[in-house]
Design a binder for this molecule. Structure first.
Ligand code: FE2
Length: 280
């Protein structure tokens, strides 16, 4: 078994999006597409003074991607152009396939202790599925399988571990998405398809990816090299999101909230917005 070693360690950068939300961004859409099939990874928290007053993401469009919202604390209220609305609470997941087009609003709300803590991942769609009808998979925390081994606690959102399958299914990137807690002096092992892109977002504690390997301290995103197995060692305990998916190996043309394959398709998305034919 080849063990995945660290390819790069990324320090999240503060960026301002929506109505002035300060986010910690580790991956952003780029033509080089080095995280293929993943396009963006944001962490939004409002419990530090740096975040300023709570704000959100008023109505905006998406085309050609999937947006995945997972909350640890607080909630995100959403509504969209199709008439859907709801609240994503702590431990809940929303996997939204924008397909050909959706306009939506995402407004984080604090819990009674003033906390908001959540993640948004953008997953690409292959060329053949960029213009499908929009679709949601929303799963509340009680329906997410938890797998507890000695020293490791897994919430399985998408993918398969042993005989347990996560509730999110039918995604083109064939993803694994887990929320992992490791106790101090624990090891976690997960087999992965060799060609998959794999990253870990470490948000509490620290860990290494080989015995006596480089120790990575929160908060960092670690991209791993190709390999058949991920191993995570923690001396102090760690909390992280581990994500894996199949690359599509297609050119991408990112433009704000749209990610298509060509510039012509971006022009078409903008034209559809102008002409009111974006949402059907
Ligand atoms: Fe959005």
């Amino acid at each position: 078994m080849t063990i995945r070693i660290i390819r790069q360690i990324i320090e999240p950068k503060i960026v301002i999006e929506g109505a002035g939300v300060r986010l910690r961004r580790s991956i952003s859409p780029h033509r080089t597409n080095i995280f293929d099939p993943f396009l963006l990874f944001d962490h939004f928290i409002f419990d530090y003074p740096i975040e300023g007053p709570i704000s959100g993401f008023p109505m905006h469009p998406h085309r050609g991607i999937e947006t995945v919202t997972y909350m640890l604390a607080g909630s995100t209220h959403h509504r969209d152009s199709l008439g859907n609305s709801g609240t994503i609470g702590p431990g809940d997941i929303q996997w939204m396939t924008s397909g050909r087009g959706i306009l939506h609003e995402e407004m984080p709300r604090q819990d009674k202790d003033g906390r908001v803590n959540g993640f948004q991942l953008w997953v690409n769609l292959p060329k053949s599925r960029k213009m499908v009808q929009p679709q949601y998979q929303e799963v509340n925390s009680q329906s997410i399988p938890q797998i507890n081994h000695i020293g490791s606690h897994i919430k399985l959102i998408a993918g398969k571990i042993d005989s347990t399958e996560g509730p999110i299914t039918g995604i083109s990137a064939n993803p694994l998405y887990i929320d992992l807690s490791l106790d101090s002096h624990s090891i976690f092992t997960q087999n992965t398809a060799n060609e998959h892109t794999v990253f870990a977002y470490i948000f509490e504690g620290r860990c290494s990816f080989s015995k006596d390997g480089k120790i990575v301290q929160a908060t960092k995103l670690v991209q791993l090299d190709k390999g058949e197995q991920v191993k995570i060692y923690s001396d102090t305990g760690v909390r992280l999101i581990l994500v894996s998916g199949t690359p599509f190996d297609e050119p991408i043309a990112p433009y704000g909230p749209f990610v298509m394959n060509t510039q012509e398709e971006i022009k078409q998305a903008l034209k559809d917005l102008r002409e009111g034919t974006f949402v059907k």
